[in-house]
Write a protein that binds this ligand. Sequence first.
Ligand SMILES: [Zn+2]
Length: 166
Amino acid sequence: MVLPILTYPNEILRKPTKPVTFPLSKEIQKLSKDMIDTVRNADGIGLAAPQVGKSVKVIVINLEKNGVPLMALYNPKVVSRGFKKVDIEEGCLSIPKVFGLVKRPKKVVIEAQNAEGEKVRFSDDGWIARVAQHEIDHIDGILIIDLIKKYTQGEEIVSEWKKHKI
Ligand SMILES: [Zn+2]
């Protein structure tokens, strides 16, 4: 089922999230399936639970077009960051029409759990690393508008929010 995607300044996007426990509840299993439907439907490359109104630590990464199997990760965190940082243009399904350069470590090590609760640990220095960092930021309440130094689109929208302290 495709869920509505919340957009900024919806306050749920800033709320702390709860860890997921195992075995997964029916509710979380359903949420993961719905998040996969939703990210595919939106043609997005990633989605985090707060974006569909749930304050839990669940993310999905949809890089099937790059040959990466679709991933649902539970309780994900960045456990190690490479020294080298790169500026890449990012957007966000929750902040339509806003794009800008975000500086992030190129290489990271991610730890998470899979649907069975098993520990998953991997390192990446490409798109998975980039999307995972963006989605993990979401479960920590951090948005690209906190990180963008140079906008490529929609700067006036963000200035308007900042002017009104949203
Ligand atoms: Zn986002």
